[in-house]
Design a protein around this ligand. Sequence first.
Ligand SMILES: Cc1cc2nc3c(=O)[nH]c(=O)nc-3n(C[C@H](O)[C@H](O)[C@H](O)COP(=O)(O)O)c2cc1C
Length: 202
Amino acid sequence: MNKRTFIKTTLVGIAAIFVPHRSKALEYYPRPSDKKWAVLYSTWCGSARDAGVWISEGMDGIANVFDVRENPDLSRYDYVIVGGAIRAGRVSQEMQDYLSRNREILKTRLRGYFAVCGNMMQPVTPEVTARLIDKHLAVICGVTGIPSKVFLGRITFGLMEPDVREQMQKMPGIKEYDNLKRDECMAFGKEVLAATSKHKPT
Ligand SMILES: Cc1cc2nc3c(=O)[nH]c(=O)nc-3n(C[C@H](O)[C@H](O)[C@H](O)COP(=O)(O)O)c2cc1C
């Protein structure tokens, strides 16, 4: 390496250290579609993220999938599905705040709701769906009459915040489980797609 090249290389190297790189959130690259779809989820331990990705997979991967903590601008999308993990009967505060803040944007775009919960490992009944979707997510968003689904999720102690894990492990009879089903999530994605061509939300 001659002296000039050495100096140039060194300067470029130093510049690279000091010029901040714009960090970019994880993006799922949707497949081409005539409409732009997004799935927005909130999660603590990842089951609702997997549900969101699998819902998109059921739609042949045409939806971009966002964690609510990315605070995405969903006005760029034609249709949106929102959902999240449940703790103490609610989706995360971040999700509740996001939905309230973006009510106007979501009003015309919402096409589906989902929730992921433990439900004490019992099958999901219409009462559970009413509690988590109709009386919770739909109330915050102010949109009804669109497909909705409650999925059973997972408990993984190692992914919990230490204080939460400690509390959970003290609960009698509690154990790790995995009840989230990819085929159910995919079927919901297909259901939303099919309904969107037929129904208008109220
Ligand atoms: C602290 C805590 C509170 C929970 N509260 C509820 C609840 O109120 N109702 C319910 O059905 N499931 C509840 N669950 C179970 C979660 O909804 C379930 O584990 C879900 O899969 C978590 O989703 P995530 O992995 O996306 O965070 C709770 C779990 C934890 C750890």
